[in-house]
Structures are given as structure tokens and as C-alpha cells.
Unconditional design. Structure first.
Length: 649
């Protein structure tokens, strides 16, 4: 899996202890290699396969019930997706990436089983998968273009931006529409990755009728050879000098709940001509919206209609999703400023599950709203034709795989991870759920920022996942997955524990035998360095690379205070310095006078015999037996000792 062997040993030991404590005699333990799956470059429309090997290191069969991508992305598959792995057995998992659009992908496969995870503190096996799909990818700045011409034959234009968010050149080949009233000024062009180009569509009405059409864009984008942009042109007056009807929401929220009221006004924007009359149909979903109105019908008279009778004031096709409120009136007013025609008040009968609209109907099969146009009178056509109600779902951008080190926090900015039509990003509500129950998750906010902070468990590492949920003020929400790779980090050795001599010891005989103990929390191999000096700040290495936790310091002066320190070093070079201790050596003693009684006698013979044939640096060497100071107690020293035997020093 690419993790240090010491980590595997640590986890295996922990699992073994857990099994002994719980009394369980057998458990499956899974590991896999390599630790992730990477698809470097796969052409859109093609596919590639990469494999890992799953091993059962435990002493019981492992039952793998499901292997599937966390995001349920259909571009990624695996085989087999369920199986039983016996003790000591291996299984090859084949991952296939079949991209349907260009760009990077970041996901993880969750392996659900009854086994523990070897080499990780994560409770389940998560296998990170990354890849890059190559190809062009077409995008549009708008999905609909709207046109409003003042009279027949007068051209109006709208613009759509075409972009390439893929990683190869995009060829835009041609544009097609059914109605000859729509003309595209562009022909074939190329777009490099990341580029955009504006395309102008011109509408020249040939009649007064409203026109709806579709602009078909042919390209070599592998995920969308044929792309579509809606074209919508409202009715066109037969002459210049026109009034327009607009629909305006005057009260109520854009995402109301059951029982709320929504107030909508029909608004007339006149011209210099005398207004003779108006007829309009307002379409709405009568199963969702109930027009309250007044005793005369669904409309409340106000503005231009306040003091006149409405000739028709009914609800057609009541109780259906295609109901229409009809208003028709004739009046002769020299009205030159905008004013209200009438108002509808709707009560919401239930919560809105999908977007709905209240609209001015301008087409069959209901009727056209422009029949009242006496000769030389003003001609009323729709302007803003609808009011949309209902809360759109926030859109969550997929998270990239997040990699960080053990025993550190991940801080991830999330403000730009989602968009919502009605709610500002800073006002969206986030929730992160941890299936493992091992991570500490917090959301940190300021007036302008919002971020996710993830703290893994102490010494925890492996592949984890979080369920991200974002909600808007209307309660609509979207969700996604954050894959976290917590990389193992080498822990330094434990501080050495000093055994002898005790701190601040005095009259310590030379050579000084230093003893201590040391270990590593992960079981790494360790070595020691001993530092000695006459000041705490002047310590110098006296020995390095020691395997045994001891050292004989033989080249020290008598009656001198020394400071010493042990440094423990693991196999990866991590170092831990021990405390600085001190001792004072004893006064100088004459050669042969081991008991310092100023006489070389029988009491000195035994110590001399114990240091005989020893040299400096060896255990048991004593400089008092080295008469000729050659750092070795040999036969010449024995002769010197015998010659001085029973003499005073």
C-alpha cells in the first residue's frame, strides 16, 4: 500500500491485542496494492482498465458485499463487485473508466465487507480513483435566447457565448434552425481549450405571431455532437406605436410555502396613442395556486380598470394545471404613463415541489391576447410574460480528493463549491456527515468566507469520506462526497529514560559508565548519540550510532563537573533529544590504589584482576590499573602492580 512497514506492524499489533482482549479467535484483515487507481489520459468515448490486488491477511474468510464508487458516477465501474476472499487468498479488482465528457475526475470506491483494514485506522476500505478524460467539451452561456421586435420586419439580436471547457480543440461546425426568421451570423470556427466565442442570433419577424424554435449547434464535442439553445420571440405588433403588458410580482416570496399568499399585477406600459382596450389570459397551475380575487372573480380591479367594468372575468379550465384567468375590457383613455390593469392574489395550496410559473398566455390553444386593436388604436402585446415561483435546488460542484498529513488539520474553502439562484453562497447552510465517526468536523465562517475544518484522530491515517450536504433558505438541498486521504507521518522516538549515573551525582569514579533506555512508538529501529561537555551549551558528540543503551566515558578528567545528554534517532532520521544531566568525577587516584586508602594491598588485587586484559572503551576497564597509560591493562601493568604491592602511595 506504500505506507511504511512500521505502520502496518503497529496496526497489526493493535488488531492482535484487540482480538485477544475481546476473546475473538479469528478475523479477516484486508489490504490492497497499489493504494490508489489513476487513469492518466482516456479519450472521451473510449475506456481504460486499471487493477489492484486485494489480500486477506487475517485468519478468517472476508465477505465483500459491495464495491462501488462513492459518487455513483456511471463513468466508473469495477469487477467483481462482490466476492468471498478466503484466508491468505487474493483477488484482483479491475477498475474501468469510460468517460462521457472531457475533464478530470476524482472519486473513490468504497469496499463494504466484514473485514478490518490493514495499514489504516479507517474503518472501511476506500480506494481513491483519479483520471483525466481527453476531448473537447462545449458549453453555452445561455440555454434560451429571447427576442422582442417593435414591428414586422424590424430585426433584433441576442447573443450566446459558446465555450470549450475540455482539454482539446473544439470544432463548431454549423448552426441550424427551423424558422427562417432566425439567422446566425457565425459559421464554422475552432475553440482552443478554455476559449469562448460570442455567436449573434438575429430575429426578423415576418408576421405578428409569437415564434418558438430551437437553435441546433453541430460540433465535434464527443459528449454532445448536437447541442440545443431555445429561441423565443414574443408577438410582434403590425405597426409602431404599441403598449405592452407586463406581469409583475408585487408581494410574497419567490419560494412560498403552503398557505402563503402571492400577489401578481398586470401592468400596462402605454405609448402616446389613446388606449382603446385590453384582453389578456393569465395561465397558472390551479392545483397549486388558488386565485382569491373578489366576488366578481379572480381579478381585483385597480389602476386603469378601477372605475370600469370588466367584460369577462373568469377562470377557464379550473382545477387543472393549465387553468387561465381571463380579463377583457374596453376603455378610451389618453393614458401616457404606466399603470396597473388588475391584480391577482394567489393562495398556495401546497408546498412547491418543482418550479412553476404564472404567465401571460400569448399562443394557442387558449387564445391570443391581442385581439382588441380597433383601427388606429394602440396595440397591446406582452412584455415580461411570466413570474416564476418555487425554489431551485443549489448546485454542488464535485470536490477534488483532499490529501493531507496525519496529525494535521485540513482547512478547505467551500464558499465557491456551490451556487444557488435565490440564495447568496454565504447564506447557504452546510452539513458534513462522517460515516466513520472518527473525524472531527467543523464549519468556520466569517462575513465573507466559509470553510470546512477536518481533524483526523490522533495518529489516524487512511482514506476517509464525508457526505457533504448544502441547503438553501427554502430547504432545497444538494449533496456530494469529500474523499480524504490522510497520509501516515513518522512519529519521533520517545525521549530516553536515564538510568545511571543519577543527576547531580558527585565523586563518580572513572571511567564513567552511562546507562539509559529508549524506544519508538511505532517500533522503528533506533540508535543513540551520546553528548558530553563541561557546560550545558557546549555538549559535543562522544559517540554516535550506538545500538546498546550504554556508553563508557573513559577520557574524562578528575574532579570535574560534566554534563551529558542522549539523543534517540529512528530509522527514518527522526530525532528526540533527552534532558541534560550532570555529574562530578572523583579526585585523581594513584595507579593501583583502587580503594583510595593510599596503600596498594590485598583489597586492590581483586579490582586489578577484574580490569586486567581490558582496554579503554571496554566494559570493566579501569584507568587505575593502567600504570603505563597506554589505555590497556596488560602484563606490564601487572608487573608494576606487583612491584608496588604492600607499599604506600
Amino acid at each position: 500500500m506504500g505506507w511504511p512497514a512500521r505502520r502496518a506492524r503497529r496496526i497489526a499489533a493493535a488488531l492482535a491485542i484487540s482480538l485477544l482482549v475481546s476473546g475473538v479467535s479469528a478475523e479477516p484483515i484486508l489490504n490492497f496494492a497499489p493504494s490508489s487507481v489513476t487513469f492518466d489520459s482516456v479519450v472521451v468515448g473510449g475506456s481504460a482498465t486499471s487493477s489492484i490486488q486485494l489480500n486477506n491477511l487475517g485468519d478468517a474468510p472476508a465477505v465483500v458485499t459491495k464495491v462501488a464508487p462513492i459518487s455513483a458516477d456511471l463513468q466508473l465501474t469495477v469487477s467483481p463487485s462482490s466476492f468471498i476472499l478466503g484466508v491468505g487468498q487474493s483477488q484482483v479488482l479491475n477498475f474501468t473508466f469510460s468517460p462521457t465528457h472531457a475533464g478530470p475526475i476524482s472519486d473513490a470506491f468504497k469496499l463494504q465487507s466484514d473485514a478490518a483494514v490493514f495499514g489504516s485506522t479507517a474503518p472501511v476500505v476506500n480506494i481513491p480513483v483519479t483520471g483525466v478524460a481527453t476531448g473537447s467539451r462545449i458549453t453555452f452561456s445561455k440555454s434560451r435566447l429571447s427576442f422582442e421586435s417593435l414591428n414586422i420586419g424590424k430585426a433584433v439580436s441576442d447573443t450566446v457565448g459558446i465555450g470549450n471547457i475540455g482539454n482539446e480543440t473544439l470544432d463548431v461546425l454549423s448552426f441550424r434552425s427551423t424558422s427562417p426568421d432566425f439567422v446566425v451570423g457565425s459559421t464554422f470556427f475552432e475553440l482552443a481549450p478554455g476559449d469562448t466565442q460570442s455567436v449573434i442570433v438575429t430575429f426578423t419577424p415576418s408576421s405578428t405571431a409569437a415564434v418558438t424554435d430551437t437553435l441546433i449547434v453541430l460540433s465535434d464535442s464527443p459528449d454532445a455532437n448536437f447541442s440545443y439553445v431555445d429561441l423565443e420571440a414574443i408577438e410582434t405588433p403590425g405597426k409602431i406605436g404599441t403598449s405592452r403588458i407586463s406581469l409583475v410580482q408585487t408581494s410574497g416570496t419567490g419560494s412560498p410555502a403552503m398557505g402563503d399568499l402571492v400577489r401578481v399585477a398586470l401592468f400596462m406600459i402605454p405609448n402616446a396613442d389613446t388606449i382603446r382596450g385590453v384582453e389578456a389570459f393569465i395561465g397558472f397551475d390551479n392545483t397549486l395556486l388558488n386565485p382569491l380575487g373578489n366576488v366578481d372573480g379572480p381579478f381585483i380591479k385597480t389602476g386603469l380598470t378601477k372605475n370600469i367594468d370588466l367584460q369577462i372575468n373568469t377562470v377557464e379550465q379550473a382545477g387543472t394545471s393549465d387553468a387561465a384567468a381571463h380579463i377583457s375590457t374596453v376603455f378610451g383613455l389618453d393614458k401616457r404613463t404606466p399603470d396597473t390593469l388588475a391584480v391577482l392574489v394567489f393562495e398556495l395550496l401546497q408546498d412547491i415541489q418543482a418550479e412553476t410559473s404564472i404567465r401571460v398566455l400569448t399562443e394557442d390553444p387558449i387564445r391570443n391576447s391581442n385581439f382588441l386593436n380597433p383601427t388606429n388604436a394602440s396595440y397591446a402585446i406582452p412584455g415580461s410574460t411570466k413570474v416564476e415561483l418555487g425554489n431551485t435546488v443549489p448546485l454542488l460542484t464535485p470536490f477534488e480528493i483532499q490529501t493531507f498529513d496525519e496529525d494535521t488539520d485540513l482547512v478547505l474553502e467551500i464558499l465557491d463549491q456551490t451556487t444557488d439562484r435565490e440564495t447568496q453562497s454565504i447564506d447557504l447552510v452546510w452539513e458534513f456527515q462522517d460515516p466513520s465517526g472518527l473525524l472531527t468536523v467543523a464549519i468556520e465562517s466569517t462575513e465573507t468566507t466559509k470553510s470546512l475544518r477536518v481533524t483526523p484522530p490522533q495518529d489516524g491515517f487512511g482514506v476517509f469520506d464525508l457526505l457533504a450536504i448544502v441547503s438553501d433558505v427554502g430547504g432545497a438541498r444538494d449533496s456530494g462526497t469529500v474523499v480524504l486521504i490522510v497520509q501516515p507521518k513518522n512519529d519521533p522516538p520517545n525521549a530516553p529514560v536515564y538510568r545511571a549515573p543519577a543527576d547531580e551525582s558527585v565523586d563518580v569514579e572513572r571511567p564513567i559508565e552511562l546507562f539509559w533506555s529508549g524506544d519508538d512508538p511505532e517500533g522503528d529501529a533506533i540508535k543513540f548519540e551520546v553528548r558530553i561537555g563541561t557546560t550545558p551549551g557546549g555538549l559535543q558528540p562522544a559517540a554516535t550510532g550506538l545500538i546498546a543503551p550504554s556508553y563508557s566515558a573513559d577520557a574524562l578528567d578528575a574532579s570535574t563537573m560534566y554534563f551529558w545528554q542522549v539523543v534517540t534517532i529512528d530509522s527514518l532520521g527522526a530525532r528526540t533529544e533527552g534532558s541534560v544531566l550532570r555529574f562530578t568525577t572523583a579526585e585523581a587516584a594513584a595507579p593501583g590504589d583502587f580503594d583510595r586508602n593510599l596503600t596498594i594491598d590485598i583489597n586492590d588485587y581483586l579490582p586489578f584482576s577484574q580490569t586486567y586484559n581490558k582496554k579503554a572503551g571496554e566494559t570493566g576497564f579501569d584507568f587505575r590499573g593502567d600504570f603505563d597509560a597506554n589505555n590497556r591493562v596488560d602484563f606490564a601493568d601487572f608487573l608494576a602492580f606487583v612491584a608496588l604491592f604492600w607499599t604506600d602511595v
